[in-house]
Design a binder for this molecule. Sequence first.
Ligand code: ARG
Length: 267
Amino acid sequence: LTACSGGNSAATPAPADTTAPTDTAAPADTTAPAGFTTVEEGKLHMSTNAAFPPYEMTTDAGGFEGIDVEVAGAIAEKLGLELVVDDMGFDAALTAVQTGQSDIAMAGITVTEERQEVMDFSESYATGIQVVIVKEDSPIETVDDLANADMIGCQKATTGYIYCSDTPENGGYGEDHVTAYETGAVAVQALVNGQVDAVVIDNEPAKAYVAANPSLKILDTEFAVEDYAIALQKGNTGLLEAVNAAMDELKADGTFQTIVDKYITAE
Ligand code: ARG
């Protein structure tokens, strides 16, 4: 629904005269994306928090890799732009796109109604699941047991934090029972150190952290199922349409799946 054109006055077609079939040049019929400008000419700035494997992480060489990074690079190429990755805190990555300091934010961002009020989203490109990580010998055996946790760790500003810190009436555990950490990795370290009883985080980073920490496990019961999408500044319809069109092409020609398969092995 949000993909409907019309907000962009520059592209507003003349009112259609349905009785005039000769009017074939009317811009109303074109499926080409509306025009757009970017923060920096020739570049596509992507704000992210590169501490979220396998979607975005830093390389030893000081660069960036991951599904979001490569997909954004492929989108930029389709648009004739060069991708620039701007790494910052997750909350800052959202703010940057909201205020127009970056063109897109791509960071395994969950589409929520609250966020939709302050930013626009592309079509969803992945499913994310909020899962619970605990120590192997934890008394927390199901999601329901989280109610007994003294302290839950989350990455700040994430949906995991938002759900868990909500009031018990709204399905949360209250702010007093949740600690917000700068990154998911730091939250997991707090779990290893015994400072929190559980970490609520997205499933793919959870798998990466648990694989690196034999003392941890992921509970079988899931906390929440979500959709990931690319965030754009509200009202940036031209770029939104261009991004969606590029993504459709990357899905159709197999590029998107090739990138996903490079980072996520099918179970
Ligand atoms: N999917 C969650 C959210 O949107 C967490 C995303 C965290 N991403 C990151 N790159 N650290 O809130």
